[in-house]
Design a protein around this ligand. Structure first.
Ligand SMILES: Nc1nc2c(ncn2[C@@H]2O[C@H](COP(=O)(O)OP(=O)(O)OP(=O)(O)O)[C@@H](O)[C@H]2O)c(=O)[nH]1
Ligand SMILES: [Mg+2]
Length: 391
């Protein structure tokens, strides 16, 4: 499906940059337009792929290009004041047909957290196309302020968009490395999952290869619906392509277990990948039984895809999610050496992580208030002590 993507704040901009890189290298054609919005000039300058004209610095009169400093109220104010400039950048869209908007932001900071919901609200008023959000949750150890910001923004953002696709940094953090290195890996994970989902709906890129059951943009749109939050599961497995197989045979090697020629193998591979995708690490950990609508996509070399496998996997997913609205399809990628399953769980309601974030938010707020009250008292004492001294 073709999207107008808007990256808000630093995380939003960086992920947009990675999406553009992915789109350029694969020719998937999923990005109809790309705009990065930030209050921090340096963040915008650091982007590689977003066209210079499509980078919008907002709030210059308020924060002077230095960012919103983890204050969502500032991010919100800057977005409201400079909405016209954001709109002009969106107006530069040359692609006549987009299927939806996607507003992306890290919800723990100030700019994206405060600004992204404001932009979503604005887009909803102006366009008939659906407006989706991609909200990145902070890790638990980023602490109270980030979790408080995220809990608040999450609520407003989810209200303003047709569906909030959620990615939890906490579920994907890698210990030990530098923060930047860690983000590079996490961002790659985001692109793998969401890129695969959106490219599946972009059938033009398929050329002559006709999928047995194509998932088009409208099926993704119907799965996402017009309210709710979404979590995504993913699993993949390398397979031996025909070329590898031939080379191996010529060399007299025989590799077992990864033979594409057996349709039984293909069926089993698909069903087991779909299980792994659903029961493994999701972009947002949730109870899969609380899913309202699901979509299952299997991509890979044409020989590794089959109708039977996808049907079986769909039935399993229906039973496991206990929901009757499960769509399914395949997406042949002739030069790919991986079979991948993507499972979209839309409208999930049982999400412990969100409840926990809200609890952390309340605790953080109480802490702030206590500290404030405490420091006021301390300061008062200090002043009074000084006054006594002076007498
Ligand atoms: N996945 C991912 N998350 C990121 C990245 N950078 C930051 N984050 C997350 O996003 C949250 C918000 O950070 P930023 O995007 O830098 O914040 P901002 O929107 O620019 O807001 P201010 O810096 O306060 O003006 C952080 O708490 C992190 O959880 C990134 O490259 N990838
Ligand atoms: Mg920032």
């Amino acid at each position: 499906m073709k999207l107008a993507m808007i990256g808000f704040g630093q995380a939003g901009g960086k992920i947009l940059d990675r999406f553009l890189e992915y789109d350029a290298s694969r020719g998937t054609g999923i990005i109809g337009h790309a705009v990065a919005v930030n209050t921090a000039k340096a963040d915008l300058m650091g982007l590689e792929y977003v066209p210079k004209d499509n980078r919008v610095l907002i709030g210059q009169s308020v924060v002077k290009g230095h960012g919103a400093g983890t204050e969502p109220e500032l991010g919100e104010r800057c977005a409201r004041e400079d909405m016209e400039e954001i709109q002009s950048a969106i107006d530069k869209m040359t692609s006549s047909e987009i299927d939806a908007f996607l507003v992306m932001a890290g919800l723990g900071g100030g700019t994206g957290s405060g600004g992204a919901p404001v932009l979503a609200e604005h887009l909803q008023r102006l366009y008939v196309e659906p407006v989706y959000g991609l909200g990145i949750l902070p890790t638990r150890d980023e602490g109270g302020i980030y979790n408080r910001n995220a809990a608040r923004s999450f609520q407003v953002f989810a209200e303003e968009v047709d569906n909030l696709l959620v990615f939890d940094n906490d579920a994907f953090k890698t210990g030990g490395e530098s923060l930047q290195g860690g983000y590079a890996e996490i961002n790659a994970e985001i692109i793998t999952r969401f890129g695969a989902l959106f490219s599946a709906g972009e059938v033009e890129a398929l050329g002559d290869h006709v999928a047995e059951s194509v998932v088009d943009a409208s099926e993704i749109i119907n799965t996402l619906g017009d309210y709710g939050i979404t979590s995504i599961g993913y699993a993949s497995e390398e397979v031996e392509t025909e070329e590898d197989g031939l080379l191996d045979r010529l060399r007299g090697n025989s590799r077992n277990g990864h033979d594409l020629n057996s349709s039984g193998d293909a069926t089993n591979r698909i069903t087991s990948l779909v299980r792994r995708a659903t029961l493994g690490k999701l972009t947002l950990q949730c109870e899969v039984e609380s899913t309202q609508r699901a979509l299952l996509l299997v991509s890979g070399p044409p020989d590794a895809l089959n109708r039977k496998g996808i049907d079986k996997a769909r039935k399993w997913l229906e039973e496991t999610t206990n929901c009757m609205e499960v769509r399914a399809g395949d997406y042949p990628l002739p030069h790919e050496d991986k079979v991948a399953a993507i499972v979209v769980l839309s409208g999930v309601t049982d999400v412990p992580r969100v409840k926990e974030m809200q609890r952390l938010a309340i605790e953080a707020q109480e802490n702030v208030e206590q500290l404030r009250a405490g420091s006021k008292e301390d300061l008062q004492e200090l002043i009074e002590y000084g006054e006594e001294d002076a007498i």
